[in-house]
Design a protein around this ligand. Structure first.
Ligand SMILES: CC(C)(COP(=O)(O)OP(=O)(O)OC[C@H]1O[C@@H](n2cnc3c(N)ncnc32)[C@H](O)[C@@H]1OP(=O)(O)O)[C@@H](O)C(=O)NCCC(=O)NCCS
Length: 184
């Protein structure tokens, strides 16, 4: 499936594919140590990492490897964050999600709003049945977003990550899109 034309509108936001013009704003987010505190790799150090990642994203969106959308305010072209759907297991109608927001965009409910519409798209247009997220046990802001959207804690995965030599556990969250715990 080619995802390169996916565009999702919410009351305040536009979710759309990354373009090469996003390199500066995306680098500013991915170089921020606070945003990257619980991420699967350390903060980026050079703008070339943003350019290369966006080139990879454009290709992956065309081949359907994953669906990754930049989050923007309706009135601004600049990217404020992203949400991603990956590890799509077609037979089981499930996959994993990830997301982040620039610090100045946090605390306004943008991620809850973006994910509500993103999940509706995944459920209604891609027939997804189950979504998974694994997060660092100390990432309380992320856990709050997931629980607000109906995700349930399903378990603790011991020593799942090793980032820059630091080993950490991961909490597994799951959401069943066909069950009453999810309502768009
Ligand atoms: C996880 C992350 C996206 C959460 O961001 P956030 O701003 O807390 O989440 P939301 O955009 O949904 O905003 C929710 C907050 O805004 C407040 N808010 C303000 N207006 C709101 C509105 N209209 N609707 C909903 N919430 C609103 C809520 O009260 C809530 O605050 P609270 O959690 O203290 O109660 C952010 O912390 C982040 O990017 N972290 C770094 C990257 C990361 O760790 N990603 C997850 C990896 S698993």
């Amino acid at each position: 499936m080619n995802y390169s034309r996916v565009r999702i509108e919410t009351p305040r936001l536009i979710l759309r594919p990354f373009t090469p013009e996003d390199a500066d704003s995306w680098f500013a987010i991915m170089r921020d140590p606070l945003v990257m505190q619980y991420w699967g790799h350390g903060p980026w150090l050079d703008i070339s990492q943003a350019r290369e990642a966006i080139a990879d994203d454009i290709e992956a969106m065309e081949t359907g490897e994953y669906l990754k959308l930049a989050i923007c305010e309706k009135s601004q072209a600049e990217c404020l964050g992203m949400c991603i759907f990956f590890h799509h297991h077609y037979g089981s109608q499930r996959g994993a999600i990830g997301y982040c927001l620039a610090p100045e965009a946090q605390g306004r409910g943008y991620m809850t709003e973006a994910l509500r519409y993103f999940f509706t798209f995944l459920h209604q247009r891609m027939s997804l049945r189950r979504l998974e997220a694994d997060i660092h046990p100390d990432n309380l802001a992320s856990a709050r977003v997931l629980e607000r959207l109906g995700f349930q804690r399903e378990g603790l995965m011991k020593e799942r990550w090793c980032v820059d030599g630091v080993i950490s556990d991961s909490v597994l969250f799951g959401l069943l899109l066909n069950k009453p715990s999810w309502s768009p």
